[in-house]
Design a protein. Sequence first.
Length: 399
Amino acid sequence: METSGQSPQSKLSDPRRLAIIRKLGLLDTPPEAVFDQLTRLAATLIGAPIAMCSIISGDKQFFKSAYGLTEPLATTRETPLSHSFCQHVVLGLKPLIVADAREDDLLKDNPAVTESNVISYAGIPLLSVEGEALGSFCVIDTKPREWTPHELAVLKELAALAMREFQLRDASQLIVMEQQARQELTNALVEDFSRPLDDLIAAIQSATQGADVNAALAAAKQHSQLLKLRLNDVIDVAQLHSDQMTLKFEPIALDRLVNEAIGLTRSFANARGISIESHIDPSMKTVLGDREVLGRVVSNVIRHAVRFTDRGSVVFVLLKDEGENIRCSVSDTGMGLSDEAKKGMFSAELPYSEAGRSSYAGLGLTYCRVAVEAHNGAIGAASQEGVGTTIWFSLPVVK
């Protein structure tokens, strides 16, 4: 039996399906009253000697709840797939109703028929909110039996209650994750604003304590501008996420935009002893986009590279016409990123480390991701520890 072009084993071992089972805590976990009540009700209302809430993994069926099983199954609460009727409910993604398994072509050779006297069976698929079949809510009898429409209706209602419990678990986990993400974002924003604010206060104090007033005021201006940029990132990311920002699309020569961004960022780089080099294809097609938004994308990516490059190093900017797309790549010569660290690069919540520094990327790269995706583009990063990091984005050309 195969579905959707997959073999039974590959479907049961699908990583996405197994990840949902683990996330919901349904496999190899202790019995729980909520499921035990449902199987007891099923057996009582339907008059079946056995009722189960069975979860199917890649190599076994696990009874999250089982009523009426004898030993040793009552204790082990699992069997290999070779003894499972419930796997066929998962594979078929529909109810399996059998009056006499000994006469059923699909089940008559199943060892459970002879070893456990499983004769009649009715199972309803247990679906996750994602639509994945995780197992079966079923009743079993040890003699031939025609399941009545009323009995099957009761079984479906109880299976629906089991699935509702799945949904509640999923929702509660999402709430916890959202709360954690908000806390992490709050911590990250505090870190993102603290340093330029501290530097601004220090510059003002220097001006009031007899230091070089012009130099102190210049530093104060630079730090206040950085604070404004970061505040704009917060506002704009929120607007882009909620579709409140109106993008003004027009044909844009991306080579000019990149050169402007390099010019605006050069003083920021010079102050850190870092040079910026660029190579731009001489014949460059135009892209359709919002000039101000894309200009900030380029500037944010370059500033990020400068921020994580050691003094005396070089940041490389490459703009290449790839036919259907224009690709902009910005490379630093820092210490690079591990695969785990790269996961947090474009996230507002996740911290990561680069060049030996544990850091939060700020909302600058989050803004870049959201903005590029709003232009039907793509963004990503390539990195090698000890060599450096390249952040790239590509935009479709005007046809």
